[in-house]
Design a protein around this ligand. Structure first.
Ligand SMILES: Cc1cc2nc3c(=O)[nH]c(=O)nc-3n(C[C@H](O)[C@H](O)[C@H](O)COP(=O)(O)OP(=O)(O)OC[C@H]3O[C@@H](n4cnc5c(N)ncnc54)[C@H](O)[C@@H]3O)c2cc1C
Length: 417
């Protein structure tokens, strides 16, 4: 029997974040959208002690049979609810919230137990700090195997030297500058080896040779920084390579694909969270429209036969149905992650559907309210801009559709691309 009742700790957390969203995030959301280059320190300083009090933000994908002390794990169920509620408050501010974020997820998915302890413990103590993940390069976005950033082992074998440039790194400014944060940089140890040569490296904030070249001026999620990072003879300790320090083989064997698998494992954990963020924004728009219509004496009836529905009822019921369907996919992807079952298919399905639904719902919300919806007086037009990114990062809609198709039809990435 499937139990749809949320565990008590998740319910309490959602209630708390909803309160923070209403009282702390929404009032400053427009300000940080309009002052993109300012970091939201008031929000960060208020949020960090709260995060600390709750044990920090962390991911866990360890293979422990999906149970902790005999009880089912709920880490990812909690995560998607937290991300959804924070994004309902404001998606840009959510992305600025200190914590491990995508960089932490990469450590958790690919690091050794010692590395997880060393790099993730810091998110449970001290001052606010951030982690980011840098994969994308100017010529390597969807095609991650084409990355050119290189990592070379020094002759004495004690260090890696990283050279290259990464673009569009979410939280890259904060993670690269605010010690003791870090950036997980994907680099190749052998360009000829393609995916087999890719490895994740932890570069600590402030490491000489890592510089922030640019911070983007963006369409949405403007409270969050998106940076270009340059690595010029950036020297890091040997054991900052995540996972096995062994250089993987380049012979097409299972071992040779390990490097890339680490990236995929990271996405299996983070795509449901991105999907949840999309749906938090969509829910904010939906709820706003419903209460606006109510205030203007427009009734929305549920359970009315289609041939008796008004035009606006039909639109709203469709928005609600799409939103609900997408959320069920996100729940499935997260629950499978908690149960330590493979969830690549579900994670991509959830991401595709939620990205599309968030765009559909937020655009419809603007449309339904006419000039009011388009005006900057309300947050609706901002939510429409903020929603857009969810169909782009962590694999675009098209790329996640490809992953779904390959999984269902049984094609490899070479056969269907
Ligand atoms: C605000 C923002 C934040 C980001 N944050 C991060 C981050 O933290 N870390 C990081 O590493 N990257 C980040 N990215 C980069 C993001 O992941 C890439 O933009 C994305 O993967 C797409 O890559 P691309 O932009 O190079 O587009 P391209 O790969 O050049 O694709 C262009 C278009 O072609 C489509 N396309 C490509 N290949 C195929 C195919 N085989 N079949 C069908 N369609 C295809 C794509 O879907 C897309 O619509 C961020 C981007 C933005 C805008």
């Amino acid at each position: 029997m499937i139990d749809f009742e949320l565990p008590e700790p998740v319910k309490r957390q959602v209630e708390f974040i909803t309160m923070m969203g209403q009282q702390v995030m929404r009032p400053v959301a427009r300000y940080y959208d309009e002052h993109e280059s300012e970091r939201p320190w008031d929000y960060i300083n208020m949020m960090w002690p709260t995060i600390m009090a709750q044990g920090g933000r962390s991911f866990s994908v360890e293979d422990d049979g999906g149970k902790k002390n005999g009880k089912p794990r709920i880490g990812h169920l909690m995560l998607i609810h937290v991300v959804e509620a924070l994004s309902w408050g404001d998606a840009g501010l959510y992305l600025s919230t200190p914590g491990g974020a995508l960089g932490g997820a990469a450590v958790d998915a690919t690091g050794t137990p010692e590395q997880k302890e060393r790099f993730l413990k810091r998110f449970r103590e001290g001052e606010p700090k951030w982690a980011a993940m840098a994969m994308t390069e100017s010529h390597a976005g969807s095609d991650t195997a084409a990355i050119r950033t290189s990592a070379r082992l020094t002759e004495d074998g004690k260090h890696w030297v990283i050279n290259g440039e990464k673009i569009f790194v979410t939280g890259g400014l904060m993670a690269a500058k605010e010690s003791p944060g870090f950036v997980v940089v994907w680099a190749t140890i052998d360009p000829a080896a393609g995916r087999g040569g890719m490895k994740p490296f932890v570069v600590e904030a402030g490491t000489p040779g890592m510089t922030v070249a640019k911070v983007e001026h963006k369409h949405g999620i403007r409270a969050s920084d998106t940076a270009s990072l340059v690595f010029q003879d950036c020297r890091i300790p040997f054991d900052n390579v995540l996972g096995s320090p062994e250089i993987t083989k380049h012979d097409g064997s299972a071992e040779s694909r390990k490097g890339f698998r680490g990236a995929m494992k990271t996405f299996d954990a983070t795509r449901p969270a991105v999907a949840a963020s999309a749906l938090g924004i969509a829910r904010a728009s939906l709820e706003f429209v419903v209460s606006y219509l109510k205030e203007h004496d427009v009734q929305i009836r549920h359970g009315v036969p289609t041939n008796q529905q008004t035009a606006i009822e039909r639109e709203l019921l469709e928005m609600e149905a799409q939103h609900r369907a997408a959320w069920l996919l996100v729940l499935k992807a997260a629950v499978k992650m908690d149960a330590r079952q493979e969830n690549t298919l579900e994670a991509s399905m959830a991401k595709v559907k939620a990205g599309a639904v968030a765009n559909f719902v937020t655009q419809k919300a603007v449309e339904l309210l006419g000039p009011e919806g388009y005006s900057c007086k309300l947050l609706l037009e901002k939510w429409m801009r903020d929603a857009r990114i969810n169909d782009i990062y962590e694999g675009t809609g098209q790329i996640n559709r490809l992953i779904v198709a390959r999984r269902i039809l049984g094609y490899s990435s070479k056969e269907l691309r």
